[in-house]
Design a protein around this ligand. Structure first.
Ligand code: MG
Length: 298
């Protein structure tokens, strides 16, 4: 089965996200220049008793950015203060799905959800973060069909995107493995939404853990995301632990990032092998990733 046939087959029955006639960007096109590997970690992955300690560790290991959870909304002053005197910047805010409220048929819930993501975007703007990670729904958070969810997103995202650009941020749609959601599993599905809306405030991200389960070609997946890609999560494909702690290559994905001239963050969103020390293992993971980036020649 060639790739085109595979895509057609694998998309059958995927609802309105079946992307009829979507042409994938060619890998033969000239790659963009200027890609950089900016290593980053979620706050919760970092060792340290206080945020200042976590930041000091991250900076010592050559990290460029830190990713916070949705609770950053109430911590803007604390985060700004902790970052003072460091070279670290705020990467994405990992906000999530708000229990699927934004795609709920209960309009009160939906409006509350929309307000909450707008508040997160405002905080993200104040922190000069790269965006707010959004998952429309996990399993069991919506009974709607993909084509019905598409309609809701096309209805609500332009207004949310307008708010995002006004406050200097963006929404980052995150595709997840089918183990976690029935809706938006591959990067090309999120890219189709971004392309259709064509709004600077509505963008996307890719997560190596989910991609290793759902994408047949990691280079092509990132190239298809193209200019809409503004965040990346790092983890191995099976145990979802630190890069280098189990057999998992990032080279093919990194080739895709280099081809699109990617300059945003690659952030650890992962566990750690039982019994190992993050003070030792995170710098090793960063070194491993730098090596993989070098090996990703295009
Ligand atoms: Mg993720």
């Amino acid at each position: 089965m060639d790739r085109r046939t595979f895509i057609k087959t694998s998309l059958a029955g995927a609802g309105a996200l079946a992307l009829p006639g979507m042409t994938l960007p060619s890998l033969a096109a000239a790659p963009k220049k200027g890609a950089v590997l900016k290593l980053c970690s979620q706050e919760s992955r970092l060792p340290g008793k206080t945020l200042r300690e976590k930041l000091a560790n991250l900076e010592q290991w050559g990290g460029s950015g830190i990713e916070f959870g949705g609770n950053a909304v109430t911590r803007v002053a604390e985060i700004k203060d902790a970052l003072k005197g460091t070279k670290l910047k705020v990467a994405a805010l990992c906000w999530g799905s708000c229990k699927g409220d934004l795609v709920s048929l209960d309009m009160e819930k939906r409006q509350k959800g929309i307000q909450q993501i707008k508040d997160a975007l405002t905080a993200a703007g104040e922190l000069q973060s790269t965006g707010v990670v959004f998952v429309p729904c996990f399993h069991k958070q919506s009974d709607l069909k993909p084509e019905e969810l598409d309609k809701i997103l096309y209805d609500i995202l332009p207004g949310i995107g307008d708010h995002a650009t006004k406050v200097g941020s963006r929404v980052l749609l995150e595709p997840l493995t089918k183990l976690e959601t029935f809706y938006i599993n591959r990067l090309e599905q999120a890219a189709a939404i971004c392309n259709k809306l064509n709004h600077p405030g509505i963008c996307m991200m890719g997560d190596f853990y989910h991609m290793s389960r759902e994408e047949s070609d990691q280079t092509q997946a990132f190239v298809t995301a193209g200019k809409w890609l503004h965040h990346v999560h790092l983890a191995t494909g099976k145990a979802r632990i630190l890069p280098g702690q189990e057999e998992h290559s990032y080279v093919e994905g990194f080739k895709g990032l280099k081809r699109i001239g990617y300059r945003d963050y690659c952030s650890l969103e992962c566990g750690i092998k039982k019994g190992t020390d993050p003070m030792v293992e995170i710098p090793k993971a960063f070194e491993f990733l730098r090596q993989q980036w070098k090996e990703a020649t295009i």
